[in-house]
Design a protein around this ligand. Sequence first.
Ligand code: ADP
Ligand code: MG
Ligand code: MG
Length: 962
Amino acid sequence: MATKRIYSFGGGKADGNKDMKDVLGGKGAGLAEMSNIGIPVPPGFTITTDVCTEYYRAGKKLPRSLEPELRAALRKVEALTGKGFGDAGDPLLVSVRSGARVSMPGMMDTVLNLGLNDRTVEGLAARSGNPRFAWDSYRRFVAMFGDVVLGMKPETKEDRDPFEVILTAKKEAFGAAHDADLPVEALRELVSEFKAEISRRKKVAFPEEPFDQLLAAVGAVFRSWDNDRAIAYRQLNGIPAEWGTAVSVQAMVFGNMGDDSGTGVAFTRNPATGEDEFYGEFLVNAQGEDVVAGIRTPQKIGELQAKWADVSRQLLAAREKLEHHYRDMQDIEFTIERGRLYLLQTRSGKRTGLAAVRIAVEMAEQRLISREDAILRVDAEALNHLLRPVFDEAKKAAAVKEGRLLAKGLPAGPGAASGRLVFFAEDAAAWRAKGEQVVLARHETSPEDIRGMAAAEGFLTAFGGMTSHAALVARQMGKVAIVGCDALSFDYHARTMTVTRRAGGDVVLKEGHWISIDGLAGEVIDGRLETRPSEVVEVLVEKTRDARSAPTYQRFAKLLSWADGARRLKVRANADQPDQARVAVAFGAQGIGLCRTEHMFFGEGKIGPMREMIVAATPEERRAALAKLLPLQREDFRGLFVEMAGRPVTIRTLDPPLHEFLPHDEEGMRALAEATGKSVVHVEERIEELAESNPMLGNRGCRLGIAYPEITEMQVRAIFEAAIDAAEAGARVEPEVMIPLVGMAKELDHQAAVVRRVAQEVFAARGRKVRYLVGTMIEVPRGAVTAAEIARTAEFFSFGTNDLTQTTFGLSRDDVGPVLARYLEEEILAVDPFVSIDQDGVGALMRLGVAGGRATRPELKIGICGEHGGDPASVGFCHRLGLDYVSCSPYRLPIARLAAAQAALREAREAASKRRAGANGKRAREGRIARDAKAARNGKTRDVAVASPAKKRGGRRAQVRA
Ligand code: ADP
Ligand code: MG
Ligand code: MG
């Protein structure tokens, strides 16, 4: 049987439902579900994502056999609406909408009002009794079709949209302030001028036949899966190229039928703060995209009540129903046609981190969802928002008093950002690449700007509301943003922004000027402003705020305490100094997973003896220099042990190549020679001797400790003396000595022997012992492969996934920026492997390491201490690998805690659903056996069907991009 390619919806029931996002796309699944639960949606049908794959495989052609299916689906819509597609008497118009499995707002294309031509427009005018509306719809259609299907684009980035240019001229000619002021006559002229411009530029006639329009539009929407902005969006969000988009074709409803019509977008809760209030905007006498495009500044949803009480009631009822049904905050699109409400879209709404935490915790407390759901609901990465700095109120107040408050807009992305003004997305990316901090300011942003927006600290727009593109992206990317700041105007050619002020005259700011934006207050401030810690940081780290008066902190703490109850993985921090350890404990660290001892050598008074040690000519000289370092290092360790109060502390012996500690300029060398009483020539020679052409693969890690055992000796002595000092002062201590860069068991044996010998010496001298472990980092492939042998000596492993990624790929992280950027752009890599573990490659080595290590030593403690320890996807992977802990930087601990809980819950849920499926399968098998037995008794034979494994959607690997 051929697979079903088209799913109808509307008229109170649908072929599909909300669980079919893979097939129908998020939008199609939402439309189907709404029509199933009795929410009014205009009827239509969805063409599956599989057809998109077919389309690309066939070289961007729609399968011929789709046409009769399309006609049949159209007939159902005609029956439900009582209108005819292409019928000049009462024409059915449709929208052709894109929709991928996960929402990619505005990245792909949509065509509205399809089905209009020179005949049907007259029918629409006559039926509606509103020629203005009919012609307005027609000119919109010609422009959208021209843009999306025929590729009418501005010729340069400074250019305006070709149809915009004609429209503006027309408004001038007719003295019309807004689009809505244009008379019918002007709209008629626009249609023919638009068509003329299309044939002038594209040398094609505008298709009049509605079915041709439909086929062309469906193809164009499929192609929009592969436009630049969709590709950029996929890269930023790790969405596979082979998913493809579905296409929904839906009967039009008209928000532009007059003053009893309108359109809007809303969130069932506030997407910026998470407050439980209906939040949205609408425009009277307008069509869908007008609100999002921010062409007119919309009205608040609260004003709907006074205007159209009945519509407002219908909308509130839909809000209730949707939230209870989906049990999540929804982002909806609606249209009112002559006093009647229709919903056009529902999806789980994008929200700031602040809002995500509030909504999850409050929904759990309202018993709308369980605590487990609440944990799973919050994107772990989003917790970052709650830790991000805000402007120091006092400093901001001072700036305002100085007259530096430039303007106010809508607070669309909370947080504080300062940066230099740029006006083009390309510039934002280019400046950022040069190390500049930028704020992207524009009339409005559009999906093309996505890459530049990712590069900016924040954005500022003159137009658009809280649901505009800039606002949406800010929430999603966690950027600071102010939108709808109508005091701003731009001259893109001159590269200036003008701020119109009520008092004090206009201010003209040039590209590169520093500004600051407060995304919680919506204030734009001239110059660079200092920031202060967030509420959570004030309570936990600075301890300058009382937890009881900190509601955001309260919710944050509640969610994390639920998460701690659900996770199996422990979390540790990478911290080198006592003050970092204090922050780590505040954020929930259960130990230190990596103390990089070399960082201590850069501290005050330490680099001198360190250099002395390195330029030493003999082991005796080296020992003398090391003796100076010993007390300094011991003091640092003691501080760490005290702060960690009995939690395990993993200390790594010296790792980086020695030349990193030496001066490389002449003056520095001369000073070093003077300080150490050596000749400048000797210092130079030593530096030359230590220079390496490939330091990443050079004399570092355990290789150093093997070449200069006295360095390891000193460090280990400092560790154990500090441990005993701390123990004598009443602290519980548990040092774990970690040897870096081990690829061979004998390397570890060598260093472990030094550690054990020195430990015994210290214990004997002090007459006291502490428990300790000796282990290693697994960070070169050979270490992972020979883990079983290494584990004979190692009492723990810690995956150093930064180096393991470099050595597995053979890529030096410091040199491959451009290579990685290219690979991501070409979609050779879906995500940066230095950000999220490459599970297939590096992950396979980790799996080997775990299996080998635990084969030798079943209780082997295993963790990870690379940057990946704070990346949610990597944390999930570590959970599934069965590691004991992840270690990350202190500020990422909350993210790791939540991600660890999510991994545990997902695993439990999967296991439960497998058990259920197993039980069902067993019942089904038993049922079949019983039936077969019965049939056999009755003397009938049964064909035992060989079940072909159902085509697994998730496993589909077809390349959509031809
Ligand atoms: P996007 O994914 O970019 O939001 P949509 O497919 O949702 O694109 O459509 C863009 C706009 O057009 C939305 O505001 C939507 O509400 C409106 N729209 C789409 N289909 C219809 C329709 N059948 N009737 C009226 N408005 C529609
Ligand atoms: Mg939409
Ligand atoms: Mg390393």
